[in-house]
Design a protein around this ligand. Structure first.
Ligand code: ADP
Length: 256
């Protein structure tokens, strides 16, 4: 397997069962906790192509389903990523699905229930997803905080897996495997990460992710001091508030 994923809570088994039972899966968890890595790993394991769509409020159904394009003096149809994923029997990964507009999400509803159908209105095609197709979506409940919720009618179509930052020993192992930085340094980075995660009074919108620790480890590997690597790779990424940044810098100086 070329895409490394370290299992944290039996999620490979759940993902496999969903795939076999043709159930859509929603992975919820904070940013940088390994959601995309899990999906990439599973696509490889299940030998399915992966089609990833980063959802945002400007995403239209034409962006997802496809559109007619003018080429020379011809009009040709071009599949959007969702249509392509259905035709290919791929794993469709809708990243940050709650960011998409409601009408776009609703257009995908028939694909995420027992019908497994996609209606492409512009070409008047009704596609039935082949057995290899699976819909996976990710959702970050913390970061939405009250404003962008997923409607129950959407939520209840998906089996839901909740991921979080791994336990310290596992996170150390992940950092070490992903960056090839020595275990001792990885352990210190994870300790710093957990120290910052424990500082609730800083009121960070999002706390230190495994991704940020990976960045700091990579900067360190390039020859930067560990302290600098943590300032640029972790501290500065968490806040723009001068006082909060001072607090983060102090923590980094004390730890590194
Ligand atoms: P998300 O999609 O949740 O925002 P990613 O999947 O992009 O996060 O992960 C961010 C970084 O953390 C990547 O470098 C990834 O390799 C690493 N990572 C986090 N958790 C794991 C894990 N369990 N196994 C392997 N790598 C992981």
């Amino acid at each position: 397997m070329s895409v490394y994923y370290r299992e944290v809570a039996n999620e490979v088994d759940l993902f496999t069962r969903c795939y076999e039972q043709q159930l859509p899966l929603l992975i919820k968890g904070p940013t940088g906790c390994g959601k995309s890595q899990l999906v990439a790993h599973m696509a490889e394991k299940l030998k399915r192509p992966l089609v990833k769509v980063a959802c945002n409020e400007d995403t239209s159904s034409a962006d997802l389903l496809g559109r007619f394009l003018i080429k020379g003096n011809e009009t040709v149809w071009q599949d959007g990523p969702v249509t392509r994923a259905v035709r290919e029997g791929a794993i469709l990964y809708l990243d940050e699905v709650a960011e998409a507009r409601e009408d776009v999400i609703v257009a995908l509803h028939p694909l995420t229930d027992h019908r497994r159908e996609l209606y492409v209105d512009r070409t008047n095609e009704e596609l039935v997803a082949p057995a290899g197709f699976m819909c996976v979506a990710s959702f970050n409940p913390g970061y939405q905080r009250g404003f962008k919720e997923l409607k129950p009618s959407t939520r209840q179509r998906f089996v839901t897996l909740s991921l979080s930052y791994p336990m310290p020993e596992l996170e150390t192992e992940i950092l070490h495997r992903v960056t090839e930085v020595d275990l001792k340094t990885c352990q210190r980075l994870v300790e710093l990460g957990n120290k910052i995660r424990g500082q609730r009074h800083l009121e960070l919108k999002e706390t230190v992710s495994t991704r940020l620790l990976v960045h700091a480890a990579r900067l360190f590997k390039s020859g930067m001091s560990l302290r600098q690597a943590c300032l640029f790779g972790v501290g500065q990424c968490l806040s723009d508030d001068v006082q909060v940044l001072e607090g983060l810098k102090d923590l980094i100086h004390l730890s590194m």
